[in-house]
Design a protein around this ligand. Structure first.
Ligand code: HEC
Length: 255
């Protein structure tokens, strides 16, 4: 039971909080159909972060504050992040710290300028960075097509990656770049989404020539603005790309 206070009235509502049992632990699951999204205050905002990431102008989004959602569904136990499962096998993840630090919003409606090309995947719900917040420029903060939110622990989620025992500092940096920009679609060790293919199956990075092919294919798929708007090249510079390759190389040789 949750107490919901609004300016004009005082009422008691119960949300259909779904608790999943996993390894004996309870987990909160909020779907896009949850009444929380129709009950919380909504407003229309613009986001220069979104417009920049997708190369649009003057888009508008109807949003609910994720901090407000957290007030209703307060995460408990060791939960410190929200896993964002999406309709297209994309799997986003944002920490609760980032939700608060950057006042992240979640959009229920997206309105693009007339004539703008809209890729299939650009559907609500969508993570939106409001104009007063200035997070680093990452794919992480542009998750779309979200169908469910789960409250989980970052340490548990990333455990199969953190246990790789990367000693090389550059490879560790590469792991960070991969987590913030790629893992959502290219899973590794069963962590992450599967919208894209498995990069370690497609490339054997223990060969030098494969590094080159990787880079060429990356530029082809993610390098410039195209109609799929999966323009990942914009998020990473050359050094970060090299670190990312070092990370993939290290896990390929350790396999
Ligand atoms: C929004 C989802 C998404 C994200 C995020 C993403 N990718 Fe991809 N990626 C794809 C899809 C989809 C393909 C195309 C797969 C195909 O051609 O069948 C692809 C293809 C690729 C390919 C070519 C694969 C091949 O077999 O030739 C490379 C390399 C690649 N991505 C690297 C990256 C890297 C590095 C990042 C992070 C900087 C990244 N991707 C982030 C979805 C994504």
């Amino acid at each position: 039971m949750v107490f919901f206070i609004s300016s004009s009235c005082f009422s008691v509502l119960s949300f259909n909080k779904l608790l999943l049992k996993q390894d004996g632990q309870e987990e909160i699951l909020v779907t896009s159909k949850d009444s929380v999204f129709s009950l919380l205050e909504k407003k229309w905002i613009s986001s220069t972060y979104f417009d920049r990431g997708l190369n649009y102008e003057s888009s508008l989004m109807e949003v609910v504050s994720l901090s407000d959602v957290l007030k209703i569904y307060s995460p408990y136990g060791n939960a410190d992040a929200i896993l964002l499962n999406c309709a297209d096998d994309y799997q986003g993840i944002i920490s609760i710290n980032d939700v608060k630090k950057y006042d992240l919003q979640i959009a229920l409606k997206i309105q693009l300028l007339q004539g703008a090309v809209r890729p299939d995947w650009l559907q609500p719900m969508l993570i939106v960075v409001p104009n007063h917040a200035k997070p680093p420029f990452f794919e992480r903060f542009l998750t779309a097509n979200i169908t469910e939110l789960r409250f989980i622990s970052l340490a548990e989620y990333y455990a199969p990656l953190n246990s790789l025992g990367l000693e090389n500092a550059n490879a560790q940096l590469g792991l960070g770049v991969f987590k913030s920009n790629c893992l959502f679609c290219h899973s590794i060790n069963k962590v992450g989404g599967n919208k894209g293919n498995s990069l370690l199956s497609s490339f054997d990075l223990t060969f030098k020539s494969e590094k080159k092919r990787f880079k060429a294919r990356f530029l082809e798929k993610h390098g410039r603005d195209n109609n799929t708007k999966q323009n990942m090249g914009q998020f990473i510079d050359n050094n970060q790309f090299e670190a990312l390759l070092e990370f993939l190389y290290k896990i390929s040789v350790n396999k």
